[in-house]
Design a protein around this ligand. Structure first.
Ligand code: BEZ
Length: 201
């Protein structure tokens, strides 16, 4: 299988962590992809019409995207159990969606600065993305700590990758302030081999 990948992308990191946690790292050949919505030339548009990464090309099967589909596929393929059976499954999927939403907003903030000429940047729009992130972080701190401290699975992987991306691209915004439980949990999960081996770069 070929994996369109970029070490800065938190969505790609989710897949890289799952590959390690499920013992499938040797089964994919990474293909470095770089680009943005305004410069998609090097993105895998033939494999994913949305031109987004990660995308997993499978011989004899449809190319898989986005990260949620790929992670679910890799988990099933290895029988690794990163997604529990219902009803616990619904919590895991909501947690993964919350983490992905943090990543989406955080990446959009980066794109605003990277892709949009300074004179047409819109500060309230950037502030709105960060508000979305802070609401999600507050929800994690208030309601999700028991789950995060429970059996390791896809929810923990996704939240770990989202927080790692905030450190990577938005380190000046102090996401830890007032969220001591989440910060302590993140410190611990960052020690896992799969997380330590996939730090954004
Ligand atoms: C980044 O440089 O932050 C980035 C790169 C690829 C995908 C998403 C984010």
């Amino acid at each position: 299988m070929e994996l369109y990948d970029n070490p800065a992308s938190p969505f790609c990191r989710k897949v890289q962590v799952v590959l390690r946690e499920t013992g499938q790292l040797d089964e994919v050949t990474p293909r470095f992809a770089v680009g943005s919505p305004t410069a998609p030339e090097q993105m895998p548009v033939a494999e994913n019409p949305l031109g987004k990464i990660p995308a997993l090309v499978r011989p004899g099967g449809a190319t898989l995207y986005d990260s949620r589909v790929i992670c679910r596929y890799l988990d099933q393929r290895a029988g690794a159990g990163l997604y529990p059976e219902p009803p616990a499954l619904w919590d895991t999927l909501v947690l993964e969606a919350t983490a992905d939403g943090i990543m989406e907003a955080a990446v959009l903030m980066v794109y605003e600065a990277r892709c949009r000429p300074e004179e047409i940047r819109h500060a309230p729009w950037v502030a709105g993305q960060w508000e979305k992130i802070t609401r999600a972080l507050d929800a994690l701190e208030a309601r999700w700590m028991a789950h995060l401290h429970g059996p390791f699975g896809m929810g923990q992987i996704a939240v770990g990758c989202a927080l790692g991306y905030l450190d990577f691209r938005h380190g000046d915004r102090d996401w830890r302030g007032g969220r001591e439980s989440l910060a302590a949990w993140f410190l611990k999960i960052s020690e896992r081999d799969s997380m330590a081996a996939t730090l954004p770069a």
